[in-house]
Design a protein around this ligand. Structure first.
Ligand SMILES: [Zn+2]
Ligand SMILES: [Zn+2]
Length: 107
């Protein structure tokens, strides 16, 4: 191994370590919303959740909303709640908030 090769290899290692470090850091900061899987903005009502879900939960609790799932048959109460579908069924979204242990006294 001559000096030229040594420089190439040590640069490659340095770059890999840097990338691994960034990926690790990203994962720590990027905790998904427990309700819809979107990027959370920290803990709200006791769980990691996005602004959308925490706002939705807040509105639902404060106004004592009761939602009804409009899906029929086997799908009733089982609507997919993710980033794209979270606004489609408020009943299932609120249910998922509770399932994820969201609570109005949580911090
Ligand atoms: Zn969410
Ligand atoms: Zn539903």
């Amino acid at each position: 191994m001559n000096l030229f090769h040594f420089i190439i290899i040590s640069n490659t290692i340095a770059v890999s370590v840097l990338f691994l470090g960034l990926a690790e850091g990203d994962r720590l900061l990027d905790i998904p919303c427990k309700v819809c899987g979107d990027r959370s903005s920290g803990k709200h009502y006791g769980i990691y959740s996005c602004d959308g879900c925490s706002g939705f939960f807040k509105r639902s609790i404060h106004r004592s909303r009761v939602y009804t799932c409009k899906a029929a048959g086997d799908l009733k109460g089982r609507c997919p709640i993710d980033k794209t579908h979270r606004n489609q069924c408020r009943a299932c979204r609120l249910k998922k908030c509770f399932e994820a242990a969201m609570n109005k006294d949580g911090k």
